[in-house]
Ligand binder design. Structure first.
Ligand code: SF4
Length: 321
Protein backbone atom coordinates (compact mmCIF):
# COMPACT_ATOMS: atom_id res chain seq x y z
CA UNK A 1 0.00 0.00 0.00
CA UNK A 2 2.71 2.43 1.27
CA UNK A 3 3.15 6.03 0.23
CA UNK A 4 -0.17 7.00 -1.31
CA UNK A 5 -0.49 10.75 -0.76
CA UNK A 6 1.78 13.78 -0.83
CA UNK A 7 1.04 16.83 1.28
CA UNK A 8 1.50 20.35 -0.11
CA UNK A 9 2.42 23.54 1.76
CA UNK A 10 -1.24 24.18 2.67
CA UNK A 11 -1.62 20.77 4.25
CA UNK A 12 -3.73 19.44 1.37
CA UNK A 13 -3.22 15.80 0.43
CA UNK A 14 -2.77 14.92 -3.25
CA UNK A 15 -2.70 11.35 -4.51
CA UNK A 16 0.79 10.46 -5.75
CA UNK A 17 -0.67 10.03 -9.25
CA UNK A 18 -2.20 13.54 -9.25
CA UNK A 19 0.98 15.06 -7.82
CA UNK A 20 3.08 13.39 -10.53
CA UNK A 21 0.63 14.70 -13.12
CA UNK A 22 1.41 18.23 -11.91
CA UNK A 23 -1.27 19.04 -9.31
CA UNK A 24 1.37 20.69 -7.08
CA UNK A 25 3.21 22.54 -9.85
CA UNK A 26 2.48 25.97 -8.33
CA UNK A 27 4.45 24.97 -5.24
CA UNK A 28 7.05 22.42 -6.37
CA UNK A 29 8.61 21.45 -9.73
CA UNK A 30 7.13 18.08 -10.70
CA UNK A 31 10.62 16.58 -11.01
CA UNK A 32 11.14 17.41 -7.32
CA UNK A 33 7.78 15.84 -6.48
CA UNK A 34 8.86 12.73 -8.35
CA UNK A 35 12.00 12.43 -6.22
CA UNK A 36 9.96 13.07 -3.06
CA UNK A 37 7.54 10.29 -4.02
CA UNK A 38 10.22 7.64 -4.42
CA UNK A 39 10.15 4.87 -1.86
CA UNK A 40 11.01 1.22 -1.74
CA UNK A 41 8.25 -1.36 -1.99
CA UNK A 42 8.17 -4.19 0.54
CA UNK A 43 9.38 -7.38 -1.14
CA UNK A 44 9.39 -9.64 1.88
CA UNK A 45 12.96 -8.89 3.04
CA UNK A 46 13.84 -6.12 5.50
CA UNK A 47 16.48 -3.55 4.62
CA UNK A 48 19.24 -2.33 6.91
CA UNK A 49 17.56 1.10 7.15
CA UNK A 50 14.18 -0.44 7.98
CA UNK A 51 15.85 -2.35 10.81
CA UNK A 52 17.26 0.87 12.22
CA UNK A 53 13.76 2.30 12.58
CA UNK A 54 11.07 1.17 14.97
CA UNK A 55 9.42 -2.12 13.92
CA UNK A 56 5.96 -0.70 14.50
CA UNK A 57 6.59 2.29 12.26
CA UNK A 58 7.99 0.16 9.44
CA UNK A 59 5.17 -2.40 9.81
CA UNK A 60 2.54 0.34 9.47
CA UNK A 61 4.37 1.92 6.52
CA UNK A 62 4.25 -1.42 4.72
CA UNK A 63 0.57 -2.06 5.40
CA UNK A 64 -1.15 1.33 5.52
CA UNK A 65 -1.67 4.05 2.93
CA UNK A 66 0.22 6.99 4.35
CA UNK A 67 1.04 10.57 3.40
CA UNK A 68 4.30 12.52 3.43
CA UNK A 69 5.00 16.23 3.16
CA UNK A 70 6.86 17.19 -0.02
CA UNK A 71 8.55 20.08 1.75
CA UNK A 72 9.55 17.75 4.59
CA UNK A 73 11.25 15.47 2.05
CA UNK A 74 13.69 18.19 0.92
CA UNK A 75 16.80 16.79 2.60
CA UNK A 76 16.03 13.24 1.50
CA UNK A 77 15.70 14.52 -2.08
CA UNK A 78 19.01 16.34 -1.68
CA UNK A 79 20.58 13.03 -0.64
CA UNK A 80 19.02 11.23 -3.62
CA UNK A 81 20.59 13.77 -5.99
CA UNK A 82 23.97 13.17 -4.37
CA UNK A 83 23.58 9.44 -4.94
CA UNK A 84 22.86 10.03 -8.63
CA UNK A 85 26.15 11.93 -8.92
CA UNK A 86 27.93 9.07 -7.20
CA UNK A 87 26.76 6.62 -9.84
CA UNK A 88 28.24 8.88 -12.52
CA UNK A 89 31.50 8.89 -10.56
CA UNK A 90 31.60 5.11 -10.72
CA UNK A 91 31.47 5.30 -14.54
CA UNK A 92 34.70 7.31 -14.59
CA UNK A 93 36.67 5.63 -11.81
CA UNK A 94 36.98 1.90 -12.24
CA UNK A 95 38.13 1.02 -8.73
CA UNK A 96 34.90 2.15 -7.05
CA UNK A 97 31.44 0.67 -6.59
CA UNK A 98 28.71 3.24 -6.08
CA UNK A 99 25.18 2.62 -4.83
CA UNK A 100 25.99 -1.01 -4.28
CA UNK A 101 22.96 -3.20 -3.67
CA UNK A 102 23.76 -6.07 -1.33
CA UNK A 103 21.50 -8.88 -0.25
CA UNK A 104 22.15 -11.91 1.88
CA UNK A 105 19.68 -14.17 3.72
CA UNK A 106 16.86 -12.11 5.17
CA UNK A 107 18.52 -8.72 4.87
CA UNK A 108 19.33 -6.26 2.11
CA UNK A 109 20.96 -2.86 1.90
CA UNK A 110 22.51 -0.35 -0.46
CA UNK A 111 25.87 1.08 0.42
CA UNK A 112 26.81 4.43 -1.14
CA UNK A 113 30.43 3.74 -2.03
CA UNK A 114 33.07 1.03 -1.80
CA UNK A 115 36.38 2.35 -3.04
CA UNK A 116 39.74 0.65 -3.49
CA UNK A 117 42.63 2.78 -2.25
CA UNK A 118 46.08 2.94 -3.90
CA UNK A 119 47.43 0.53 -1.26
CA UNK A 120 44.73 -2.00 -2.14
CA UNK A 121 42.64 -1.49 0.99
CA UNK A 122 38.85 -1.16 0.67
CA UNK A 123 37.04 1.81 2.17
CA UNK A 124 33.29 1.99 2.58
CA UNK A 125 31.68 5.44 2.62
CA UNK A 126 28.08 6.39 3.33
CA UNK A 127 26.85 9.88 2.44
CA UNK A 128 24.65 11.80 4.86
CA UNK A 129 23.13 15.23 5.11
CA UNK A 130 22.60 16.15 8.71
CA UNK A 131 22.02 19.05 11.07
CA UNK A 132 24.97 20.40 13.01
CA UNK A 133 23.65 19.13 16.34
CA UNK A 134 23.91 15.53 15.20
CA UNK A 135 27.29 16.19 13.56
CA UNK A 136 28.48 17.70 16.82
CA UNK A 137 27.61 14.47 18.64
CA UNK A 138 29.24 12.32 15.96
CA UNK A 139 32.46 14.33 16.21
CA UNK A 140 32.55 14.19 20.01
CA UNK A 141 32.24 17.99 20.36
CA UNK A 142 31.08 19.25 23.73
CA UNK A 143 31.18 22.48 25.71
CA UNK A 144 32.82 23.03 29.03
CA UNK A 145 32.92 26.04 31.37
CA UNK A 146 36.40 27.54 31.53
CA UNK A 147 37.52 30.49 33.68
CA UNK A 148 37.83 33.88 31.99
CA UNK A 149 41.27 35.21 32.97
CA UNK A 150 42.39 38.79 33.40
CA UNK A 151 45.26 40.22 31.32
CA UNK A 152 47.54 39.11 34.20
CA UNK A 153 46.29 35.55 33.98
CA UNK A 154 44.23 35.82 37.19
CA UNK A 155 40.81 34.21 37.61
CA UNK A 156 37.93 36.67 37.83
CA UNK A 157 34.92 36.68 40.16
CA UNK A 158 31.59 38.45 39.82
CA UNK A 159 31.59 41.53 42.03
CA UNK A 160 27.83 42.08 42.17
CA UNK A 161 24.45 40.65 41.21
CA UNK A 162 23.10 37.14 41.77
CA UNK A 163 26.42 35.55 40.86
CA UNK A 164 28.47 37.72 43.22
CA UNK A 165 31.59 35.86 44.38
CA UNK A 166 31.27 33.17 41.70
CA UNK A 167 33.95 32.45 39.13
CA UNK A 168 33.49 34.17 35.76
CA UNK A 169 33.43 31.48 33.08
CA UNK A 170 32.71 31.07 29.40
CA UNK A 171 31.65 28.10 27.30
CA UNK A 172 34.68 26.55 25.65
CA UNK A 173 34.23 24.12 22.76
CA UNK A 174 36.13 20.85 23.13
CA UNK A 175 36.38 17.72 21.02
CA UNK A 176 37.16 14.26 22.29
CA UNK A 177 37.16 10.93 20.41
CA UNK A 178 35.92 9.31 23.62
CA UNK A 179 32.73 11.35 23.45
CA UNK A 180 31.85 10.49 19.86
CA UNK A 181 28.29 9.26 19.52
CA UNK A 182 27.57 7.98 16.02
CA UNK A 183 24.25 6.47 17.02
CA UNK A 184 22.57 4.41 14.31
CA UNK A 185 25.20 5.41 11.74
CA UNK A 186 27.71 3.00 13.21
CA UNK A 187 25.19 0.14 13.27
CA UNK A 188 24.29 0.82 9.65
CA UNK A 189 27.88 0.92 8.38
CA UNK A 190 28.90 -2.11 10.40
CA UNK A 191 26.03 -4.12 9.00
CA UNK A 192 26.92 -2.99 5.47
CA UNK A 193 30.50 -4.09 6.14
CA UNK A 194 29.28 -7.59 7.04
CA UNK A 195 26.83 -7.64 4.11
CA UNK A 196 29.70 -6.81 1.71
CA UNK A 197 31.55 -9.85 2.98
CA UNK A 198 28.48 -12.10 2.89
CA UNK A 199 27.32 -10.94 -0.55
CA UNK A 200 30.64 -10.42 -2.39
CA UNK A 201 33.41 -11.82 -0.19
CA UNK A 202 34.90 -8.31 0.29
CA UNK A 203 36.65 -7.49 3.55
CA UNK A 204 36.17 -3.79 4.20
CA UNK A 205 39.22 -2.24 5.86
CA UNK A 206 37.81 1.12 6.94
CA UNK A 207 34.36 2.70 7.17
CA UNK A 208 33.43 6.37 6.96
CA UNK A 209 30.45 8.67 7.07
CA UNK A 210 30.83 11.62 4.72
CA UNK A 211 28.41 14.16 6.11
CA UNK A 212 27.25 17.43 4.57
CA UNK A 213 26.15 19.80 7.33
CA UNK A 214 22.68 21.08 6.46
CA UNK A 215 23.09 24.30 8.42
CA UNK A 216 26.81 24.59 7.70
CA UNK A 217 28.18 28.14 7.83
CA UNK A 218 25.38 29.44 10.09
CA UNK A 219 25.68 30.86 13.59
CA UNK A 220 23.89 27.83 15.04
CA UNK A 221 26.44 25.45 13.48
CA UNK A 222 29.31 27.51 14.89
CA UNK A 223 27.65 27.47 18.31
CA UNK A 224 27.66 23.69 18.06
CA UNK A 225 31.40 23.84 17.32
CA UNK A 226 30.77 22.66 13.74
CA UNK A 227 32.87 24.96 11.59
CA UNK A 228 33.17 23.05 8.29
CA UNK A 229 30.45 22.27 5.74
CA UNK A 230 31.53 18.63 5.36
CA UNK A 231 33.23 16.04 7.53
CA UNK A 232 34.68 12.60 6.88
CA UNK A 233 34.06 10.68 10.09
CA UNK A 234 35.60 7.29 10.61
CA UNK A 235 33.24 4.65 11.97
CA UNK A 236 34.72 2.16 14.46
CA UNK A 237 34.20 -1.57 14.02
CA UNK A 238 31.62 -3.00 16.40
CA UNK A 239 31.53 -6.54 17.71
CA UNK A 240 30.39 -8.72 14.83
CA UNK A 241 28.07 -10.96 16.85
CA UNK A 242 26.42 -7.97 18.48
CA UNK A 243 25.76 -6.40 15.08
CA UNK A 244 24.42 -9.64 13.58
CA UNK A 245 22.16 -10.33 16.58
CA UNK A 246 20.71 -6.83 16.52
CA UNK A 247 19.77 -7.04 12.84
CA UNK A 248 18.50 -10.63 13.00
CA UNK A 249 16.18 -9.65 15.83
CA UNK A 250 14.91 -6.54 14.02
CA UNK A 251 14.48 -8.13 10.58
CA UNK A 252 12.69 -11.18 12.05
CA UNK A 253 10.41 -8.93 14.07
CA UNK A 254 9.37 -6.97 10.97
CA UNK A 255 9.03 -9.92 8.60
CA UNK A 256 7.24 -11.92 11.30
CA UNK A 257 4.72 -9.14 12.00
CA UNK A 258 3.92 -8.71 8.29
CA UNK A 259 3.55 -12.51 7.91
CA UNK A 260 1.20 -12.59 10.93
CA UNK A 261 -0.89 -9.84 9.35
CA UNK A 262 -1.08 -11.77 6.06
CA UNK A 263 -2.08 -14.99 7.87
CA UNK A 264 -4.76 -13.12 9.77
CA UNK A 265 -6.22 -11.70 6.53
CA UNK A 266 -5.98 -15.15 4.95
CA UNK A 267 -7.96 -16.60 7.85
CA UNK A 268 -10.80 -14.13 7.25
CA UNK A 269 -10.02 -11.00 9.29
CA UNK A 270 -10.55 -7.58 7.75
CA UNK A 271 -7.50 -5.41 7.05
CA UNK A 272 -8.21 -3.32 10.17
CA UNK A 273 -8.63 -6.37 12.43
CA UNK A 274 -5.49 -8.03 11.09
CA UNK A 275 -3.50 -4.80 11.43
CA UNK A 276 -4.33 -4.63 15.13
CA UNK A 277 -3.91 -8.37 15.71
CA UNK A 278 -0.35 -8.40 14.37
CA UNK A 279 0.69 -4.94 15.62
CA UNK A 280 4.29 -4.96 16.96
CA UNK A 281 5.21 -3.22 20.20
CA UNK A 282 5.52 0.58 20.05
CA UNK A 283 8.92 1.92 18.98
CA UNK A 284 11.56 2.31 21.68
CA UNK A 285 12.26 5.78 23.13
CA UNK A 286 15.35 6.08 20.90
CA UNK A 287 13.42 5.05 17.79
CA UNK A 288 10.52 7.37 18.65
CA UNK A 289 12.90 10.24 19.54
CA UNK A 290 11.35 10.22 23.03
CA UNK A 291 7.95 10.90 21.51
CA UNK A 292 8.90 13.84 19.24
CA UNK A 293 8.65 11.62 16.20
CA UNK A 294 5.14 10.49 17.21
CA UNK A 295 3.96 14.08 17.59
CA UNK A 296 5.22 15.53 14.31
CA UNK A 297 7.37 13.32 12.16
CA UNK A 298 5.91 9.82 12.01
CA UNK A 299 3.83 9.36 8.82
CA UNK A 300 1.86 6.46 10.32
CA UNK A 301 1.18 7.96 13.76
CA UNK A 302 -2.59 7.93 13.25
CA UNK A 303 -2.71 4.12 13.16
CA UNK A 304 -0.22 3.72 15.98
CA UNK A 305 -1.91 6.21 18.27
CA UNK A 306 -5.28 4.79 17.23
CA UNK A 307 -4.16 1.49 18.73
CA UNK A 308 -4.36 3.17 22.15
CA UNK A 309 -1.03 1.90 23.52
CA UNK A 310 1.44 4.57 22.43
CA UNK A 311 3.46 5.39 25.56
CA UNK A 312 4.51 8.80 24.27
CA UNK A 313 1.07 10.43 24.10
CA UNK A 314 -1.38 10.98 26.93
CA UNK A 315 -3.38 7.90 27.90
CA UNK A 316 -1.70 5.91 25.11
CA UNK A 317 -3.78 7.72 22.51
CA UNK A 318 -7.13 6.62 23.90
CA UNK A 319 -8.07 10.28 24.50
CA UNK A 320 -7.57 11.16 20.85
CA UNK A 321 -9.65 8.39 19.32
S1 SF4 B 1 3.77 7.08 16.41
FE1 SF4 B 1 5.72 6.88 17.51
S2 SF4 B 1 5.70 4.80 18.46
FE2 SF4 B 1 4.08 4.89 16.87
S3 SF4 B 1 5.00 4.08 15.01
FE3 SF4 B 1 5.26 6.31 14.94
S4 SF4 B 1 7.26 6.71 15.88
FE4 SF4 B 1 6.68 4.61 16.43
Amino acid sequence: MPLKYLIDRDGTEHSVEDALAGSMREQFPTSFVELASRHREWEGVASVTQCLNGTRMEYLKILCDYAESVDGSAFRVLGTRGHGKLEQYEDRINNALAETYMSYGDLKGTCDLIEEQPDGSLWMVDYKTSGSFRVKKALGIYTEDEPVLTADGEQQYYKSGKKKGKLVTRKAIRRSPARRDLGEWQWQLNRYRLLAREAFGFDIDRMFIFVIVRDGGTASARQNGVTENTYMIEVPELDEQQVLSYFIEKSEALSGAVASYENAVYSGMTHEEALVAAMPEPCTPTEAWDGRRCERYCPVAQWCIGNGDNPYVSNGGNDAY
